[in-house]
Design a protein around this ligand. Structure first.
Ligand SMILES: *Cc1c(COP(=O)(O)O)cnc(C)c1O
Length: 410
């Protein structure tokens, strides 16, 4: 008999998005004329930029001709894309990353879920709370936690609570951990780590010999040039941090699929004998064994996001979403809401009113304004009492949602 991975039994049945869907369907069944506006999902809405479409068309043509057809490519990614990443994302900001420290993949969700594989099963993990659920669930699946308690927390995980007092940017833990997951700009809170905060994290990681897994999926949404876009802008980070980047939110690739992870050679862990091992060598082994490269067509599209036209077009898309975020922030602040985020990230983190739980607020927003968001409790126990709204939508829907919320709650 095939024995299963019993750790999966610790995961609660995937609840958040199915439950949102169930409540919205029930509402629509009872109000067939309701025009429900969905500000709940973390997915882009603008079509691919023309420069990217053009590059992908050209790549399809190449694949259709004997002379230019390509089969398997390099698992780590084609040189043309790796070079564009090195130049635009790193060298241009004074950071030197070697080509063999960049691993192109088909998504940051997979990278963040897979990277835990190169660490010991006994490794102690810290996450922020609220958090992008992949970091937690992938470690539960790997057996690094005990069961979830009645407070929704897994034993064995270290939770770093983000709250209003710390601006949803918790401090490094006092206890010893091996690995911490950080996400900035943050999903779900929409807040961003300052240079000083990242310096604290890097100093902590170097002192404790911990590894930071830095998810920078939303770096393209940072508008203040003084804020670091990469953790490697902090001196010393190349000795303690891996960085995850994605074209999903930067260039509208959620349905196209392309991302990369930077694993500097100087970041090390220890084997059971205490010997230092480069994480780069381990990840290279893992990546080339279990992954056969992102598609050539997709990588051509990703490289086009760095061309002059591609940068202008994708920056305009980001500016469009961030104008949505600004309108939401101002409109809802005027309606009396307390709001975090939404300045360097496409998410607003809203305090529920009248002491409502995040699910109660979900129902109120749906019933009074026909607007759907995401209950904060779905991102961890510390998300209770908060609510995430996304700026990924059409301008007309954003304006209509603001008008309805102001009328219902203002
Ligand atoms: C959207 C998102 C990603 C990107 O995931 P892909 O698999 O590359 O689409 C990564 N991390 C966070 C926190 C995200 O919200």
């Amino acid at each position: 008999m095939a024995r299963i991975n019993e750790h999966y039994a610790k995961l609660p049945a995937s609840y958040l998005f199915p439950e949102i869907g169930r409540r919205v369907r029930a509402y629509q069944a009872a109000h067939s004329d309701a025009n429900v506006i969905r500000l709940g999902i973390g997915d882009v809405t603008e079509p691919l930029a023309p420069a990217i479409v053009e590059a992908m068309h050209a790549a399809v043509e190449e694949m259709g001709k004997r002379e230019t057809f390509r089969g398997y490519g390099p698992e780590q990614g084609y040189d043309f894309l790796v070079e564009a990443i090195r130049q635009h994302d790193y060298a241009a900001r004074g950071v030197d990353i070697a080509a063999d420290e960049i691993f192109v993949s088909d998504g940051s969700k997979c990278d963040s879920g897979n990277v835990q594989e190169i660490f010991a099963s006994a490794a102690r993990i810290a996450i922020t709370d609220p958090v992008y659920p992949v970091y937690v669930d992938s470690n539960v699946m790997a057996g690094r936690t005990g069961a979830a308690g009645s407070d929704g927390r897994y034993s064995g995980l270290v939770y770093l609570v983000g709250n209003e007092a710390n601006g949803f940017q918790p401090d490094p833990p006092a206890e010893t951990v091996d690995i911490v997951y950080l996400c900035s700009p943050n999903n779900p809170t929409g807040t961003v780590a300052t240079r000083a905060q990242l310096e604290r994290w890097v100093a902590w990681a170097r002192e404790k010999e911990a590894v930071i897994l830095f998810d920078a999926a939303y770096e393209g949404y940072i508008s203040d040039p003084a804020l670091p876009r990469s953790i490697y802008e902090i001196p010393g980070a190349k000795e303690c941090a891996l960085e995850l980047r994605s074209f999903s939110k930067r260039a509208g690739f959620t349905g196209v699929r392309c991302a990369f992870m930077v694993v500097p050679k100087a970041v090390t862990g220890v084997d059971p004998s205490g010997k230092r091992v480069s994480l780069n060598a381990l990840w290279a082994r893992r990546h080339t064994t279990k992954f056969n490269g992102a598609s050539y067509i997709v990588q051509r599209g990703a490289a086009a996001a760095y061309s002059t036209a591609g940068l202008a077009q994708t920056n305009a898309q980001i500016a469009f979403y961030m104008e949505n975020a600004r309108l939401l922030r101002e409109g809802l602040t005027a309606a009396g809401f307390t709001i975090y985020g939404g300045v360097h990230a496409p998410y607003l983190w809203i305090r529920t009113t009248g002491g409502a739980t995040s699910w109660q607020f979900f129902d109120q927003l749906l019933e009074k304004a026909q607007v759907v968001g995401t209950p904060g409790a779905g991102f961890g126990p510390a998300g209770e009492g908060y609510f995430r709204l996304s700026a990924f939508n059409s301008r007309a829907n954003i304006e209509e949602a603001i008008a309805r919320i102001r009328k219902a709650f203002g």
